[in-house]
Design a binder for this molecule. Structure first.
Ligand code: ACO
Ligand code: ZN
Length: 501
């Protein structure tokens, strides 16, 4: 500050120059104070605090400052970052932000009664369990499935789901699996606790507060799977050494994960798989389905679960895989059968679930593959002669997809009903269940959701307007890929009779 002011203010006398100097120095002090003030405020921004945070949105979009909760903070090489969860949005939008995106002047300190991080029981582990519309609208601006779902260097990102911790399956307690990169052939020993700021890398879904906070933070930056690079949506218990690198490379056929392209290339020289293991039980055109037994192909199933967990929230599916079958859908080209998505299914489900978890990988989302997976799951149920339902709760995207599938399937039946003897066409709920294998509750809730049920002269009748018929026909015309039952070569097994999985 010992500048020669006369150079800049040649006409000022000594006194005025002094005064000016003082005020400048005061300004500098203020700035310093402000800095200190900001630092103090940032120091106060700790886990559990809430404040408006600028969402990362596309250029030219209006700024959004939704209320967010601080889940974690880290300082690396003097760079401070905060991991935030937007209160009204799905966890998949959680992200690390720099301080300039925090509106610290509106900081709210954690209240005793405000217990946010645990969302184990909420539907889909969302802040807003039911209506994903606003978020999905926003997702369009943000890490959209459709935006993220493009080839090569494009990045992908979002989705999720839970599963009841108490499984039906013969009261069998599921063991957590701990995978170790070097020995992917056998469950490894649990990883030791990581330093406090790092997510813990175990497969346990224990409900302790700390662990939930840790498993709520995305730990894998990017994965490369075949020709796609994908941004994960959620935590998945990959080994700790993979959480510090920018890209995890995954063999698209056996799903083994490695830490570098070089390792992947080396692996590819040894890996002979060009399709998922197990039996190909369906093929039509380029679409195939492979049935994989979680007990017989443990390594593949565990790797699939780890991969799936990146896009499924609060799912316990990466636990013991023995009780499950996995139905992996692939798309064929000359390089092989590329994984598009899958669903898992309990070998025995006392609640008649026909799907445990379902996933379309982000690069393939919003193209009708989800509905194809769902359609396939009901086709299996038809072969079994049973009705079935997906395991609850559903994720927001899961609910949208199922609602859409149920609506179209039920409407298709109603629209094609023929009048008999000049009478109004008739169908019972049970008949709809039999024809579709959709469980009764889901049929009723769909009819209610579509607002088709009316009470008229002492009985329930379904009223279909011409407009809803037209809308339905248009939607069906868009549904290009369908399951063709003739292409399914499969005999259901009665796992209960077999005595073992
Ligand atoms: N925004 C708005 N609508 C969506 C979105 C989205 N992001 N994603 C799917 N939909 C709607 C589609 O519009 C479509 O309805 P429509 O035909 O009436 O327009 C319907 O959902 C199905 O679309 P698909 O393209 O067939 O489904 P997709 O391939 O995208 O897969 C799935 C849907 C499996 C739910 C996918 O989003 C996903 O894997 N999400 C992450 C994991 C997940 O949440 N799984 C479900 C968990 S529930 C359970 O496991 C039992
Ligand atoms: Zn491989």
């Amino acid at each position: 500050m010992a500048a020669d002011w006369s150079k800049y203010f040649p006409y000022t006398n000594q006194t005025s120059c002094f005064i000016f100097y003082s005020s400048l120095s005061k300004m500098a002090d203020d700035k310093e104070n402000k800095k200190i003030g900001l630092k103090t405020t940032l120091d106060m921004v700790v886990e559990g605090c809430r404040l408006p945070v600028k969402m990362s949105i596309l250029p030219n979009e209006e700024e959004e400052w939704p209320l967010a909760e601080i889940l974690s903070r880290k300082e690396e090489k003097g760079k401070l970052e905060f991991y935030v969860h937007y209160i009204d949005f799905n966890k998949r939008l959680d992200e690390w932000v720099l301080p300039d995106r925090l509106r610290v002047e509106e900081l709210q300190f954690p209240r005793k009664d405000q217990k946010t991080p645990q969302k184990q029981t909420s539907s889909a582990a969302n802040s807003r369990p039911t209506t994903p519309d606003r978020e999905l609208q926003l997702s369009k601006k943000l890490s959209l499935p459709e935006q993220t779902s493009s080839p090569a260097a494009k990045l992908g990102g979002q989705g999720q789901t839970p599963q009841s911790q108490t499984k039906s399956n013969a009261g069998r307690k599921r063991k957590a699996i701990f995978l170790d990169e070097d020995s992917q052939d056998a469950p490894a020993t649990p990883q030791p606790s990581a330093p406090p700021q790092q997510p813990r890398q175990t497969g346990s879904m224990s409900s302790s507060h700390d662990e939930n906070i840790i498993t709520r933070i995305k730990n894998i930056e990017t994965i490369e799977l075949g020709k796609y690079r994908i941004k994960p949506w959620y935590f998945s218990p990959y080994p700790p050494e993979l959480t510090t690198i920018s890209i995890v490379f995954i063999c698209e056929f056996c799903l083994k994960y490695v830490k570098s392209r070089k390792c992947l290339e080396r692996h590819r020289t040894k890996c002979t798989l060009r399709h998922p293991p197990g039996n190909e039980i369906y093929r039509k055109s380029t679409i195939s389905f492979f049935e994989i037994d979680g007990r017989k192909n443990k390594m593949y199933s565990q790797n699939l679960c780890l991969l799936a967990k990146l896009f499924l929230d609060h799912k316990t599916l990466y636990y013991d895989t023995d009780p499950f079958l996995f139905y992996v859908m692939t798309e064929y080209d000359i390089k092989g059968f590329h994984i598009v998505g899958f669903f898992s299914k309990e070998k025995e489900s006392t609640e008649d679930y026909n799907v445990a978890c379902i996933l379309t990988l982000p690069p393939y989302q919003r193209k009708g593959y989800g509905k194809l997976l769902i359609e396939f799951s009901y086709e299996l149920s038809k072969f079994e002669g049973k009705t079935g339902s997906p395991e609850k709760p559903l994720s927001d995207l899961g609910l949208l997809s199922y609602r859409s599938y149920w609506s179209q399937t039920i409407l298709e039946i109603l629209v094609n009903l023929k009048p008999e003897n000049g009478e109004r066409p008739q169908v019972t709920i049970n008949e709809i269940c039999e024809l579709t294998s959709i469980r009764k509750e889901d049929v009723i809730s769909t009819l209610q959701h579509l607002n088709l049920i009316n009470y008229y002269k002492g009985q329930y009748i379904i009223t279909l307007s011409q407009e809803s018929i037209d809308t339905h026909n248009r939607a069906m015309a868009k549904r290009k890929i369908r399951i063709d039952a003739k292409c399914l070569h499969w005999t259901p097994k009665d796992w209960a009779k077999r005595g073992k999985w």
